[in-house]
Design a binder for this molecule. Structure first.
Ligand code: FAD
Length: 299
């Protein structure tokens, strides 16, 4: 069947945006400019990642707390089990609760050195399912967890990975957000399996607008995401043409979103990498418009 024109999408999509905590003042300015640009789209929430090995504990906290304090957005903090005891995780969770943060993205996490293996802290949580259980006992957080349409690289099997997803949701998570992927069929095949397990929670696709193809190829290899041949062809020859590359990237991601929407998806999570333009353009194509403007016109 024909895929509907972008202009015919009803603006019924709900979106969320992911950022990373800035390291320098310049990066901080870039992040806040991105937040300012994306805020009028009225995201369901925005989240801030936690550096590998827990390396950004302070910076993640400060960024999330500032979003909670200074913007109308619902702020979510990523939190991992790496290199932390349960007592330390409790302290972090308490500090978020006190800062008015009500949403945690709960993950096992990866060790600080790329390619290393996760070793649980002797007094810590062994994985995301245990972390969700611990957080639930501590505070009434909304909790999101990860899901892997192409199977997590350390999973014993696809079924084992699905069992783990179910455990995380049964432990009290509200929704899962997927690792990024590039083919709509990857998501739909995964969803057939997820629903087949009796899981009825929202599994929100994570959308990565690709700004640097070589970097995404490296990341994809580490996290088991297939990079289709056609993508290499579409990025070929654009190394020195950043603006053209952005247009191609946005087109690819917008097409993915349109096909997901056509298949019934209404929630989309964007890995923004702290840049607003591509995510904003894709949301616009999905029919979202500035809520601030609409209210001003209504008034
Ligand atoms: P888990 O769900 O705990 O699973 C880890 C592995 O163990 C899986 O292979 C699972 O199948 C297996 N497993 C779990 N329990 C069992 C069991 N009982 N028996 C057998 N196998 C089991 N990383 C960061 O460091 N910071 C971030 O901010 C961050 N944000 C992310 C956001 C999203 C949306 C996603 C998808 C990933 C994010 N990551 C982040 C990456 C994540 O930390 C890594 O993928 C990590 O390797 C796994 O974390 P998890 O929470 O998915 O692990």
């Amino acid at each position: 069947p024909a895929v509907p024109h972008f202009a015919d999408l009803g603006g019924d999509a709900r979106v969320s945006f992911e950022f990373f905590p800035p390291k320098t003042e310049k990066m901080e300015a870039q992040l806040w400019s991105a937040i300012e640009t994306l805020t009028p789209l009225g995201p369901q929430f925005v989240s801030v990642t936690y550096g590998a090995g827990g390396s950004t504990r302070e910076r993640t906290h400060n960024t999330v707390a500032r979003i909670a304090r200074e913007t109308p957005l619902a702020a979510a903090a990523h939190l991992t089990c790496v290199a932390a005891s349960k007592a330390e995780i409790d302290d972090i969770a308490d500090a978020y609760w006190e800062a008015g943060v009500r949403h945690i993205v709960a993950l096992r996490g990866d060790p600080p050195e790329a390619g290393g293996r996760f070793e649980p802290h002797p007094d810590g949580y062994r994985g995301a399912a245990e972390l969700v259980e611990g957080l639930r006992k501590r505070h009434d957080f909304e909790i999101s967890v990860s899901a892997y349409p192409e199977v997590h690289p350390e999973a014993a099997s696809a079924q084992g990975d699905l069992d783990n997803l179910k455990r995380k949701l049964d432990a009290g998570a509200t929704r899962a957000i997927t690792q990024f992927f590039f083919e709509p069929a990857t998501y739909f095949r995964f969803m057939d399996k997820v629903r087949g397990q009796g899981i009825d929670a929202d599994i929100v696709p994570g959308i990565m607008p690709v700004s640097n193809f070589a970097a995404v190829q490296r990341m994809s290899a580490m996290c088991n995401t297939d990079v289709p041949q056609w993508m290499a062809r579409l990025f070929d020859g654009l190394d020195d043409l950043p603006a053209a590359r952005q247009l191609v990237s946005s087109t690819i991601a917008a097409e993915l979103c349109r096909k997901l929407h056509e298949g019934g998806v209404r929630d989309f999570h964007f890995y923004t990498l702290n840049r607003a333009e591509m995510s904003y353009a894709i949301c616009h194509l999905l029919g979202l418009r500035s809520k601030v403007k609409a209210e001003a016109v209504d008034a």
